[in-house]
Design a protein around this ligand. Structure first.
Ligand SMILES: [Zn+2]
Ligand SMILES: [Zn+2]
Length: 542
């Protein structure tokens, strides 16, 4: 009624010619001063009673707009967009005209209701390390993860239902499993919703779930400074029982001049040795990994680069460019033979550039055993333990390898891989699942060596009065050089040191002092090196 009255008044004023500046007015009914909108986009009109031209502006034009319409009533349209946020939001529409006071209208819009649900409430990891969560969320979310789980690439939030991918780090422990919780929550604390928890259990992944592959990742041919044709390298590897080999000809030291017709080192691709060996390796069932040796003076010295796509990409004048080219292909990189006598007074030196390479992920392992040029380096062994680097043992062979006598073997890296594939070998190298087999020694992390030891041996005991006969049967091809250590003084052992020969059996007698029924028999396995020149401790209860 009031509107009609004012409208009539305007009409009357115009008709009667009595419109004066003193009489300018602009008013909005109190009920229209505060407008409420739902979550969805919508539109309302209000009536502005005015006898002058007016305009309207919104404080939040990105979601609330006001448009002046030309009707005497319902002459201001206010629209809002859908509120996808989880906050109630407010805008102010200011109506103004010349000569009158502004009138403000408050626009209120309800917030969206946050939705967060996860289909899985329990995840079990065993075998594959990858898993995913099916999450429905209409707001950005984050995952609170235990240290041993990481998100995979591609977990970009989009509103609605989506699969998010994760991977666990390998778990290798005497314990059968480990447990944790993943919490899925809103990225912003302004979204008022309870986080969702998913319990997660990972089963321990012992050596039994890996295949042990015999590998030599350091071999030369006539295509650098060796004297052996690539195909012959494959034949040697086959004879020596290798599963995996990499020919790593020097990128820089290329000396041979007596190559067959058609080959010259200067004009030959760095891939030639791989290309020539490839068919033979395939025929023999040997996995051939493409590699090169970056061979500079110290520092940085020689570095193995394997799992390359094209060895020529590493042929750079600046050695850092060679490392960068290798990294660009996700190559596995190792510092080779720090113990090499040719390094003069720089043998077993940790050069500052090694720290740089390490920090830039351009050094993943160290050749702690180089069979032909320096043997075992306890110092390099220590570096691997301290810097969590992969332990490698290679032949670095340049000349023909004669056949090994029975009981002897080629120096090699044992790789504990999920399967007999290049991808699994790469993964194992990156995850430091290796041990070095050199002479009678196995060198590596205790968690692997202990399982190798336990898998190889069977223990049995016979009590006879105060004596216990302890018999150990060796089912493996490895000898075990044992020493008694830190003996319980109440146990008297017949020997100080002994060897359990490959496929052999050994019996020792333990005498118990009067009144003693048992105790711990402590050994050091002298040829299982878990620390530089330190054998693995092992205890047998009797
Ligand atoms: Zn070298
Ligand atoms: Zn070499």
């Amino acid at each position: 009624m009031k509107r009609i009255f004012f409208a009539s008044l305007i009409l009357f004023s115009i008709l009667s010619g009595c419109n004066t500046k003193e009489d300018s007015f602009l008013e909005v009914d109190a009920n229209s001063r505060s407008l409420n909108f739902g979550v969805e986009a919508s539109y309302q009109t209000i009536t502005v009673d005015a006898n002058v031209a007016f305009r309207a502006t919104s404080s939040h034009p990105e979601w609330c707009t006001a448009v002046v319409l030309n009707f005497p009533t319902d002459n201001l349209g206010i629209s809002v967009k859908t509120n996808a946020t989880f906050d109630v939001r407010h805008a102010t529409v200011t109506i103004s005209a010349d000569g009158v006071a502004d009138v403000t209208i408050t626009v209120n819009q309800l917030s969206a209701t946050p939705v967060l649900s996860v289909i899985q409430n329990h995840i079990l990891i065993g075998g594959s390390l990858d898993f995913s969560l099916d999450v429905h969320a209409n707001f950005p979310i984050v995952f609170d993860l235990p240290a041993w789980i990481s998100e995979k690439e591609g977990n970009i939030w989009t509103s609605g239902a989506k699969k998010y991918s994760f991977t666990a780090f390998p778990f290798f422990d005497p314990l059968p499993s480990r447990e944790a919780t993943i919490t899925v929550r809103a990225a912003s604390s302004s979204v008022n919703i309870q986080p969702v928890s998913v319990s997660i259990v990972q089963l321990s992944d012992g050596l039994q779930s890996y295949v042990t592959l015999k590998c030599d990742f350091h071999i030369h041919t006539v295509f650098s400074d060796g004297t052996v044709w690539p195909v012959t390298r494959v034949e040697e590897a086959y004879r020596d029982g290798l599963d995996v080999m990499s020919i790593t000809d020097h990128l820089e030291a290329r000396y041979r001049t007596n190559l067959p017709a058609g080959y010259t080192l200067q004009n030959t691709s760095h891939n030639t040795s791989y290309d020539l060996a490839e068919a033979a390796a395939k025929e023999k069932g040997i996995i051939l990994i493409r590699g090169s040796e970056i061979s500079r003076d110290v520092p940085p010295g020689h570095h193995g680069a394997i799992f390359l796509s094209d060895c020529n990409e590493l042929d750079k004048s600046d050695y850092m460019d060679a490392f960068r080219a290798a990294k660009a292909r996700n190559a596995f990189l190792s510092f080779n033979h720090p113990q090499y006598s040719g390094y003069g007074n720089q043998i077993n030196v940790w050069f500052p550039v090694l720290t740089q390479l390490l920090s830039q992920e351009m050094m993943h392992g160290i050749e702690i055993v180089n069979n032909d040029y320096g043997g075992y380096s306890p110092i390099a062994h220590r570096w691997c333990l301290d810097n969590k680097l992969t332990m490698l043992g290679g032949t670095d062979t340049h000349y023909p390898i004669p056949a090994f006598a029975v009981g002897k073997h080629r120096t090699m890296t044992l790789v504990f891989a999920r399967s007999r594939t290049p991808e699994a070998i790469y993964e194992a190298l990156m995850e430091r699942r290796t041990a070095v087999y050199h002479g009678d020694n196995i060198i590596g992390e205790e968690k692997y060596l202990k399982q190798m030891f336990e898998n190889a041996l069977q223990w049995s005991m016979v009590k006879n009065g105060n004596n216990v006969e302890v018999t150990v049967k060796n089912n493996s091809d490895l000898p075990f050089h044992m020493k008694t250590a830190n003996l319980d003084p109440r146990l008297v052992v017949s020997v100080y040191s002994f060897t359990i020969t490959p496929k052999g059996t050994y019996t020792l007698t333990v005498s118990l002092l009067e009144g003693i029924t048992g105790g711990d028999l402590n050994f050091s396995v002298e040829n299982f090196l878990v620390e530089p020149n330190v054998g693995m401790k092992y205890t047998v209860g009797i």
